[in-house]
Ligand binder design. Sequence first.
Ligand SMILES: [Zn+2]
Length: 106
Amino acid sequence: MPDDPLDGLRAALESLGSCVATHPNDWGQYSLDAWLYGIVVGWDCEDGRDDPDHEHDDICANGAMRELAARHCWSSDEVSRLRQYRDAFAAALGLPPVPATTRGNQ
Ligand SMILES: [Zn+2]
């Protein structure tokens, strides 16, 4: 048992993220799966976490979030909320924030 209960929670979140990221499910097919994936792994390019000067190219330019939002009729408020949940999830894991300059543009 860890001294800090949040260490146990972080380990659980890491396990959840690893399971989702490596499972061969089509996470975009169903809205619930897509929402879960959006929190745990994220649909936006997050290269800016490691490279604050990252510039999106045609491949990583956040097409996935746009595509998923359109497919599942997520409003801009829902997309914003999903991004906030993703940021909170990543912060709980100690990941650096995605700089606003490299954030998606939807
Ligand atoms: Zn990118």
